[in-house]
Ligand binder design. Sequence first.
Ligand code: KMH
Ligand code: ZN
Length: 310
Amino acid sequence: MADKRIVTCAITGASHTPTMNNDIPMTVEDHVDQAVASNAAGAAVIHIHARDPNDGRPTADVGIFRDYCSGIKERSDAIISITTGGATGQSIEDRLRVIKELQPELATCNLGTMNYGLFQMIPKYEGRWKYDWEESFLESTRTEPFVNRFADIEYMLTELAAETGCRFEFEAYDIGHLYTLAYYADQGLVKPPIFMQFVMGTLGGIGPDIENVVAMKQAADRLFGKDIEWSILGGGRFQFDIVTAGATLGGHVRVGLEDGIYIRKGRLAESNQEQVEKIVRILDELSKEVATPAEARETLDLKGLDNVAF
Ligand code: KMH
Ligand code: ZN
């Protein structure tokens, strides 16, 4: 593991909707502004999904992704990690098109088909929805699985990687996913450094308990040894507890409104930047240095901003 901590900020996502937090970015300008501000606050990596600017619904529109990416690139040297998870209801073809066209430095690779329950948030917002798509979208996660088949993973690790030169932020939602990745590493399809995101607290994945963070780390150490650069995110209200525990155990960290919409108990975050500032403060108190984008590129062996297609 590199000494300096790579901070990722997941600025928008599909887990939270406009009703839940007024400060979720909606327009292209919002996304670019919040990405640039988060980068300036210490996030070397900006993880993006795309939203329809009219009502904030998740979209796979490559033009919108392109506008975010070129806007961010114009005003910063942030590393952009584009989602391939997209949102429930999008086909795998829709989800991967953006990677083929924009050829980013990093893209996510989700390590298994699973339940991904967002419906449990519905009762809290009943009768207050701002847009008609929000409740039905969250409800659809009760019946629609999050599809990431072995064949999809293999395609990403082989053809997509060769065609685009992108590397992956591997999303592990449980310990079994680490074993899936270890299988592909044994097959020679994954080369170090392996950038791994421990995703703690998804309904359908491993829970947000400190004991589970330790178990994930121990399994990753056993399976990958020094080949891994692991990072951690905590979904929902345990976001900062989990991320701080991960940092203490030696991990890189991910924050952002995709993963949690609060800055502390009872107070919604005002922006992604506010969450980045908080984790950078915590890291500083723990005497841990934050990696610049250039340092993160070196640690993760990325191709560089000159080689993207946006
Ligand atoms: N929403 C996160 C828990 C992706 O974008 O591909 C997982 C994620 C996956 O960020
Ligand atoms: Zn995401």
